[in-house]
Design a protein around this ligand. Sequence first.
Ligand code: NAP
Length: 342
Amino acid sequence: MTVNILIVGAGAVGAFYGSRLAVAPNTEVSVICRSNYKAVSEAGFSVTSPKYGSYTFAPHRTFANPREAIESKISWDYVLVSTKALPDVSDDSEILEGLLDTRRTSIVLVQNGLGVEDPYTSRFPGVTILSAVTIVSAAQTEPGVIKHNRWTRISVGPYLPGTTEESTTKSHQQAINSNQTFVELLRAGGIADADAYSHSKLQMVRWHKIAINASMNPSAVLSSGTTNQAMSSDPELFRHLQGVMEEVLSTAPKVLGTPLPSEFATPEAILNSTKKNNSGSKPSMLLDWEQGKRMELEVILGNPIRIARAHGLEMPRLQSLYALLRMAQQNRDSAKGESSRL
Ligand SMILES: NC(=O)c1ccc[n+]([C@@H]2O[C@H](COP(=O)([O-])OP(=O)(O)OC[C@H]3O[C@@H](n4cnc5c(N)ncnc54)[C@H](OP(=O)(O)O)[C@@H]3O)[C@@H](O)[C@H]2O)c1
């Protein structure tokens, strides 16, 4: 039977994973495009990758907007959301209105940050949600052109808050099965390091990724455009980044009630490996800042701080980064507003 997959947010991450899912047997992968619609509807996505070579990903259907996807009357098995998570700008769960077959569809969120699931659980109670964290490095360099740089790791878990491993109901089991099938599709598409996790372990993976994003991303902007490698090679910044990571990783077990798995890389190991990575890569927040775009500040900094506070915990290093960068963004946007009014 055909597995119907819809990508919402067909940029770097969405198009890359879409292109891999499309080569798994019996899948049909469609996309909702926005600014890249013309390029993709004419020629598909052109993907280059050090691992998979150069190839064209021609989606089964390319939609210009969600309405066209609804009108197609396709019953989706998976709707993969990989927009930038910007809850302060838009509630992207709205895009999925009218697209879901509640008994069949699983929503797969491939986004950085904490609390990205909340808008979807509120809007679509009862719909299966799979939460995914990836450490891929990819970019859409021009409309429809996807450059996969390195890494493919993606960790996926059913989002089942408030449940324990023992309290598995029929709908929980469905979510676990759907999660396993999705991971198998990724593996069949050549993503060998796609892994299925439980709800609680996936949330720990999210916190671990946050430790990296919440330290590197804002620091790159606040240090006036420093790359990850340059930051981790500077002794004072090394201490700062390590301090932020340790703060996040010591808070996570207190919030989640489970210890940090021993196999997770330590801050020191992450920074020492970043020191050796001389690709000159910039964190996404820095790229967004340089392009005058809104940054994923709320899901990477604001939500972790608020979640910790709800547990009576403060993360002062993270709070300082958040307060400074949020105001910098606000000042930049009001200056932009003023100059566009001139
Ligand atoms: N890139 C990476 O290497 C990487 C690695 C790990 C995690 N992540 C995370 O993955 C997520 C996606 O990042 P990304 O780098 O793939 O971002 P991206 O390249 O900017 O892609 C996002 C896509 O979503 C589209 N989009 C946004 N709102 C839409 C809407 N209402 N309707 C239709 N399309 C819409 C954008 O269209 P427009 O171009 O028209 O705005 C764009 O094509 C983020 O949470 C990011 O932090 C990225």
